[in-house]
Design a protein around this ligand. Structure first.
Ligand code: HEM
Length: 162
C-alpha cells in the first residue's frame, strides 16, 4: 500500500468504499420522486489528490444509472477543496468549497456539457458531504436547471464497506 500524502490528511475520513445503507431519495419539481442505491470509492496513489468513482443504481431493478468520477484536491495550507468531476450524462464540473471539521460544502464554479446533452441543462450544483457522529457518510445534492431554481435533487447516507 502507498503511503498517504500528508496533504490529504484533512480528508482521510473519506478514503475507502461506501455503500448506501438504505436507498437514497431523488426528487425535483419536474420529475417523479425515485429511490436509488449508490457505491462510492475514494482512493489515492500517494499524490496529494483523491481519485473517486460514484456508481448509482435503480433501487428496485439494480440497473446502473448515474455515474461520476474525478479527482479531489486541497489548496495546500488552507481548507479550500476542489472536486473535478465528469458525469456519464455528458456534464463536467468544477466544484469548490470549504472543509469544516468532517463536512464539505461545495458549489459549482464551472459547468460544461456535450453539445447534445439532454435538456433541461444544469446551471448550478451545490453539494454537502458530511461524516456523521455515527460513522455514516451523508451526501445532499441540489441543482438549478434552465427552468428551476436551486433545489434538492438527492439525499443519501452510506455505510463504510471497506
Ligand atoms: C433527473 C441532473 C445525479 C437520477 C435529472 C435531471 C437533471 C439531473 C438535470 C432532469 C430534471 C428535469 O427534467 O427537470 C443530475 C445531476 C446529478 C444527478 C447534475 C449529480 C450531480 C443523479 C443520481 C441519480 C439520478 C446520483 C441516481 C440514480 C435521476 C433520475 C431522474 C433524474 C431517476 C429522473 C428521470 C430522468 O430524467 O432520467 N437529473 N442528476 N441523478 N436524475 Fe439526476
Amino acid at each position: 500500500t502507498v503511503e498517504l500524502n500528508p496533504g490529504l490528511l484533512p480528508l482521510d475520513w473519506l478514503l475507502g468504499t461506501w455503500e448506501s445503507d438504505e436507498p437514497g431519495e431523488g426528487c425535483f419539481p419536474t420529475i417523479k420522486p425515485f429511490h436509488y442505491t449508490e457505491t462510492l470509492n475514494f482512493s489515492h496513489v500517494g499524490q496529494p489528490v483523491i481519485n473517486f468513482m460514484f456508481c448509482a443504481y435503480n433501487a428496485e431493478t439494480k440497473k446502473p444509472l448515474h455515474r461520476e468520477s474525478g479527482f479531489i484536491r486541497i489548496q495546500p495550507g488552507t481548507n479550500k477543496v476542489a472536486f473535478i468531476i465528469a458525469q456519464n450524462s455528458g456534464l463536467v464540473e468544477i466544484e469548490e468549497g470549504e472543509l469544516t471539521d468532517k463536512q464539505l460544502n461545495l458549489q459549482s464554479q464551472a459547468l460544461a456539457r456535450t453539445s447534445f446533452a439532454r435538456e433541461p441543462h444544469v446551471q448550478q450544483i451545490s453539494r454537502v458531504f458530511q461524516l456523521r457522529p455515527d460513522g455514516r457518510l451523508e451526501q445532499t445534492v441540489s441543482m438549478a436547471t434552465d427552468n428551476q431554481p436551486l433545489m434538492q435533487h438527492l439525499h443519501i447516507t452510506y455505510r463504510r464497506s471497506s
